[in-house]
Design a binder for this molecule. Structure first.
Ligand SMILES: NC(=O)c1ccc[n+]([C@@H]2O[C@H](COP(=O)([O-])OP(=O)(O)OC[C@H]3O[C@@H](n4cnc5c(N)ncnc54)[C@H](OP(=O)(O)O)[C@@H]3O)[C@@H](O)[C@H]2O)c1
Length: 306
């Protein structure tokens, strides 16, 4: 028989706190308390997850809570752990988790000193403040920390329909880097593509509407294929002419985007070679063209801030 589900407290009623609290409640967990910096945030989430305690004071952590999720900004975690460790509680029977992708469980060390088991429980998903869904189904959860805490993290992830992935503390920076590149990198690329379209007179919303079906098609392809297999476009075909045209257009109109274009095209070339679709001679010709252009741009104008 599996152990009964522990009573949960959510600290930090922001984007992740809201999504996690609602998903946990839907999975049958009791949310015993929502604590947050502002009473209003705590009360709003507590009402949604039927938590009997909503407070801005950490001292209000109910005594029977056995799993605490700290869903606060990364920079706040260590100070929060120090303050939480001062709260009288049966810490040696409690797992304290945070949801940061970048920081190890160790950032909560003051609580380990009080006997708590520490966990980093990082959902590889993007949670905007204005949420439409709080589903964790199929989402990978990076788990790192004390063995008993990882075991509980694994149970929770499975109850949410998520996919637990165990990590060491040393792996976390690269694991988080990959998530940032894929998610935030895509967002930044969409913003850059919008900037290019704005330079030919489209408004940002028009640009976004134009690009979205294209990106959705790419995401659809990525559901069936690896990135190397799904990649299309001039670089992977080894077509020098369009790449040269792009470089000229950038030199003339958007020179600050040249290094980004060169870096991305280099990666498209490498992926093309890896997939066996681009022969190394054509790949070298493309890389040489990129380098020539970068070399000719010694006096790059400063990057505009917006
Ligand atoms: N958003 C994502 O896509 C995402 C994905 C995976 C992991 N994460 C990680 O999850 C954590 C939370 O991120 P988030 O996006 O949910 O942040 P967020 O939306 O800014 O929410 C953070 C919440 O923490 C509360 N808070 C701030 N300082 C506090 C303190 N000293 N004590 C108690 N509560 C405090 C704030 O409370 P008030 O509202 O009461 O002011 C706010 O609601 C971060 O470690 C982040 O790296 C985020």
């Amino acid at each position: 028989m599996s152990a009964p589900q522990p009573a949960v407290a959510i600290i930090g009623a922001g984007a992740v706190g809201q999504a996690l609290g609602q998903a946990l409640q839907a999975a049958g967990y009791t949310i015993a308390a929502v604590l947050s910096r502002r009473q209003a945030s705590a009360s709003a989430l507590a009402a949604r997850v039927a938590a009997p305690v909503a407070s801005a004071a950490l001292e209000d952590l109910p005594g029977h809570v056995r799993l605490v999720f700290c869903c606060v900004p990364d920079d706040v975690l260590s100070e929060l752990a120090e303050r939480l460790a001062l709260v009288p509680h049966e810490w040696s029977h409690t797992v304290v988790a945070h949801t940061s992708g970048a920081l190890p469980a160790q950032v909560l060390a003051p609580l380990r000193a009080r006997g708590a088991m520490l966990l980093s429980f990082h959902p590889i998903q993007s949670f905007p403040r204005q949420q439409t869904t709080s589903s964790f189904v199929g989402v990978a959860i990076g788990l790192e920390g004390d063995p008993q805490a990882i075991a509980l993290g694994r149970e929770v992830a499975q109850a949410l329909g998520a996919r637990p992935v165990e990590l060491s503390a040393e792996m976390k920076a690269r694991y988080h880097l990959a998530a940032v590149l894929a998610s935030n990198g895509l967002g930044a690329l969409m913003a850059v593509a919008g900037e290019v379209l704005a330079s030919i007179g489209l408004s940002r919303p028009e640009a976004h509407a134009l690009l979205l079906p294209l990106v959705q098609g790419t995401l659809h392809n990525l559901q069936q294929l690896l990135p190397e297999e799904a990649l299309t476009g001039p670089a992977v075909r080894g077509d020098l002419f369009p790449v040269t045209q792009h470089l000229r257009a950038l030199q003339q109109h958007l020179p600050h985007l040249l290094p980004l274009y060169a870096a991305l095209t280099t990666e498209m070339v490498r992926a093309g070679v890896r997939s066996g679709r681009l022969d190394p001679t054509r790949a070298t010709a493309l890389l040489d063209r990129l380098q020539e252009t970068l070399d000719s741009m010694q006096d790059m104008p400063p990057t505009p801030l917006s």
